[in-house]
Write a protein that binds this ligand. Structure first.
Ligand code: COS
Length: 383
């Protein structure tokens, strides 16, 4: 198949739909939600109504059934309006991907169908207070007791946890076995013993909610085991292989918004008798920002293309996520610099972009972990 960069008519339609929703409904609320740490549930419900929420769930189960490239196109448009809202909208894709990958047809019918038929949020429970990077060392315990499992432990920094009605949870049947003991479960919010702990007060992405989830003797019926016992780590890693790429796209959206604002400002603001865009120092900054954004988008789209064409893309998804989020930080930083003192003030949106972009370097695997994955995958070629 030839390589091409022309979007199809359907992709252009999706892009236009996401851009319109982002511009007309998300953007006007972004500053207030950021300032007050509000969770705009009406916006998330509207995203669901428009088919912009359960993007990766097959249409037969009520999702949008979109390819990863389509998801990336949407993620960039939404994130150009608000990174935090986009994280909350995309969190369902992360939480539901383990079910897409390892769920039986019966589980998909029973769980995904009613979930997607109405507005619901789901959360992905992997990270724990003792650490998120060494995922194989997680401590949440699962014990088999007759026809069910009992979960005990805590998950932290869980996106949308306070509002979620469904959790995909990773727990260990035997910590000695590290990754081979980890097992994935589907856990409804109303399971006795499941409670939501402290909600975090974050630096950025404040329109999304983040909280601890506590499991105290939570009974999970056998029917909610995802895949087989001991397969959870692989399911988790395969999930992240496809969900890290849209984080690259989310970072592109934030960076694009920062660059657009900086470019417009540089044409309006004058110093030494001309627009600052005509000073080489500023023009070079804008050029570097544009170069980095273009490279980020290309890496993201290529990674998505690989996944859509059935290739394992652990290397490429880590590269896309890592490069795009690092680039977004540099682009947002330079956008503030172009604005000078005004960029540091909350009257302009660029300081928010920097705070929002920061999280992209941390969640879905810190960039230090991405570099570890990249080095390992790359070195494998020489072993
Ligand atoms: N796809 C399929 N299988 C994978 C895989 C992938 N992407 N990554 C690892 N595996 C398999 C390995 O092949 C290995 O299986 P075998 O023993 O049968 O060969 C097994 O899983 C263990 O893998 P590995 O030895 O690489 O595990 P490590 O403990 O060294 O951990 C990292 C690897 C660091 C990559 C993992 O812990 C990680 O990604 N951590 C970050 C977690 C994260 O992103 N958290 C954020 C949560 S969402 S906000």
């Amino acid at each position: 198949m030839p390589i091409g960069f022309e979007l199809t008519a359907e992709q252009k339609e999706l892009q236009a739909l996401a851009a319109k929703f982002a511009k007309e409904e998300m953007a006007p609320r972004a500053a207030e939600c950021d300032k007050k740490g509000l969770f705009p549930e009406d916006i998330y419900r509207r995203a669901w109504e428009l088919g912009l929420m359960n993007l990766n769930v097959a249409t037969e189960y009520g999702g949008s059934g979109l390819a990863l490239l389509d998801q990336c196109i949407i993620a960039e448009e939404l994130a150009a309006a608000c990174g935090g809202m986009t994280t909350s909208i995309l969190a369902n894709c992360l939480a539901l991907q383990p079910i897409n990958l390892a769920g039986t047809p019966e589980q998909k019918e029973r769980i995904l169908k009613p979930f997607c038929a109405d507005y619901h949020l789901a959360s992905f429970g992997l990270t724990e207070p003792s650490g998120g990077s060494d995922a194989a060392a997680l401590k949440t315990r699962a014990e088999k007791k007759g026809d069910h499992y009992v979960l005990n432990g805590q998950k932290c920094f869980i996106t949308n946890a306070p509002q979620a009605s469904l959790f995909t949870v990773f727990a260990t049947l035997d910590p000695e076995k590290r990754d081979k003991g980890i097992t994935a479960f589907i856990v409804p919010r109303d399971s006795p013993g499941l409670s939501i702990g402290k909600e975090e007060d974050k630096m950025g992405q404040r329109a999304s909610s983040t909280a601890t989830v506590i499991f105290e003797d939570v009974k999970v019926p056998e029917q909610n085991l995802l895949g087989k016992e001991g397969e959870g780590f692989r399911v988790g890693m395969m999930t992240l292989d496809s969900t890290r790429t849209p984080i690259g796209a989310l970072a592109c959206g934030i960076a694009r918004a920062a660059l657009d604002h900086a470019a417009k400002y540089s044409l309006e603001r004058t110093s030494f008798g001309k627009p600052i865009a005509q000073h080489q120092a500023i023009a070079a900054k804008l050029a570097n920002m544009a170069i980095e954004l273009e490279a980020s988008r290309l890496l993201t789209w290529r990674s998505a293309w690989l996944v859509d064409h059935g290739h394992r893309a652990s290397l490429e998804s880590s590269i896309a996520k890592c490069f795009s989020s690092d680039a977004a930080m540099r682009i947002c930083d330079e956008a503030i610099q172009v604005f000078g003192g005004y960029g540091y003030m909350k009257d302009y949106p660029v300081e928010k972009y920097l705070r929002d972009a920061k999280l992209c370097q941390i969640y879905e695997g810190a960039n230090e972990i991405q570099r570890q994955v990249i080095a390992r995958e790359f070195l494998r070629r020489f072993a």
